[in-house]
Structures are given as C-alpha cells and as structure tokens.
Design a protein around this ligand. Sequence first.
Ligand code: NAP
Length: 318
Amino acid sequence: MSARMLDGQKLAARIQQDLIPEVERFTASQGRPPGLGILLVGDDPASEVYVRNKVRSGREAGMRVDMQRLPATATLDQTLAAVTAWNADETIDGILVQSPLPAAMGHDAEQRVIDTIAPAKDVDGFGVASVGMLVQNRPTLVACTPSGVIELLDREGIEIKGQHAVVIGRSDIVGKPMALLLLHRDATVTICHSRTRNLADECRRADILVAAVGRPGLVRRDFVKPGATVVDVGINRVDDPALAASLFPAGHPRLETFQKKGAILVGDVHPEVEAVAGALTPVPGGVGPLTIAMLMKNTLRAAQSRAAIHDSRLVIGD
Ligand code: NAP
C-alpha cells in the first residue's frame, strides 16, 4: 500500500484564490485594502525566504503588505517601537514579526514582542488573548500552521470526530494549538514530547498522527498504525550526506537533488512511512504552503472584525 499524498500546495492555492473576491469586497466597502505589517529583524536566510513568500501572497490576494526591516544590531526597544506604531495605524489590520529574532536581543525578546502586538491584529495567533480564546473554543485568530492542518483534513474528507489524534510536540506555536483544535473537533488527543516514554507505542495508537518536532525522519514505520493519516509539520534542512542517505534509498530523486544542491528540506516523518500510512502530507508541499494561506485568511478576518467594530462605533456615535 502507498499512502495518498495530501497536496497542501494545491489547497493553499485554492484558499488564496477564494480570498481574492472577499478582499475586493472589503476594499470596496472600506475604501482601503486589508493591511498586513511584516517586520523582519536581521538577515536570517530562511526568514528572508519566508517573508518574501508572505509578502507575495498578501499582494497577490489584493492586500496591502508593508514590509519593514531592521538590522541585526537593532535593539528590542526599536523592535517594540515598530510594533507599537503599527498598533496605532488604522490601516494596518495584522502584524507579524518574523521569528527568530537575533539572539542578542535576549531570550524573552520574542515573548515581549508577541505581548506588544494588539490582540485584534495578532494574525499569528500567538498572543495570550488569542490563546485564551482558543482554549475556551471561542472565535479568535488561531495560529496558522495548526489551523492549516485542520483545513487540510477537512477538505480531504478525513474524519476528526471520535478519532484518536496524537500530536508529537508541545510548542506554543504548533503542538499546543494543534492539540486544542483537534480536541475542539471531538478527537481524543494525546500530546507527546521529548520526555514521553515509548513514543512509538503512543504514536501507533493514532488514527491521526501530527509530527511537529524538528527532527528529520523521527517518525518511523513502526510509529504508524496501518492506514493512519500522518501530518508532517516538520521542516528540517539536511546537509549531512550520511543523514540524507539514511532517509532515501540510492537512486531516489530527492537524493539526486541533495547531490546537486548540497542540502534538502525534509520533514519529521521518515519516507518509509509512505508504505504504511493511509494518507500523508509531503515535505515540501504539504503543511508549509497552508501556513501562509492561513495567514492571509487571518489577516482578512482581522480586517473584517476591526471594520465591523469601527462601523458599529460609527452607528452608536450617530
Ligand atoms: P519546537 O518549539 O522546537 O518544539 C519541538 C517539540 O518537539 C517540543 O515540544 C519538543 O519536546 C518535542 N521534541 C523534540 N525532540 C523530541 C523527540 N525526540 N521526541 C519527541 N518529542 C520531541 O518546534 P516548533 O516550533 O513546534 O516546530 C516543530 C517543527 O515544525 C520544526 O521542524 C519547524 O521548522 C516546523 N514548523 C513548520 C511550520 C510550517 O509552516 N510547516 C510552521 C512552524 C514550524 P519538549 O517540549 O519536551 O522539548
């Protein structure tokens, strides 16, 4: 048996297309497009790529995307000042500060930045207000990667209700919100992490297995119940030839790409899982593109709810 591949790229393109008329309606009614502010601090090459893709997606959907750069030597105060300025800007509906921030800013810099973003503009869904609302299953801006996974499962017709879902990883940005979203959809959820005993045994109980770890090829064939849906959130750059060779058999096209480019992106799920899973997200082309599409959806939602609040104030003020 070979797993059905869940095409995140195709779904992301459809979500993005579906946004265009909604963005046009918003722009016509408000006299301005939805606005997204993206702040990039420093010159991390992977962040450059992510930000470029986000800017392009937003603009293609008809939004205004303001991209601001600060040098790697920028201070936390300068970073917070940029966020505060966007908080006060009525034409900016969503604020995203690309992670990671330069290490020199201090270990709590990212949290301080997240805490500074106005909750109504928290399109990454990382702030305490957004997370609190998510815990209570109330409408809010939800972290883009896990909400993209739910969108993918739904559109692929994969039942969540009553299923046993296992999430490997408990980060604030993926693992925890993923587990909550699955729980709110009536899955029975197990969360695993680096201290979980018998990880493979826990995972093998899953009807839906989500790996959000950051360890290339961690999920092996014996982690997966035959026919289970496996969602690979991991994005890992592999530049070690021995590691690449342990993931792909000789002659595999990915290995040829590795030999040509000197590195490849792989997920947390070993390719051998394809033979046992019922459905599987590829890396690249699975969850990654959905994250950006959901960011655009969140930006439009933020714009719509800010406009609705604004309009109701006008009515009350009349
Ligand atoms: P993270 O903050 O480093 O969290 C990793 C989690 O994995 C932690 O909870 C950690 O457990 C757990 N873990 C580490 N080693 C483990 C092991 N050997 N066995 C079981 N659990 C283990 O990472 P993240 O930000 O959640 O990201 C996870 C992966 O997803 C990364 O590859 C990242 O690049 C990728 N990602 C992809 C997207 C996308 O758009 N597709 C978006 C975000 C992240 P402890 O809590 O015990 O340390």
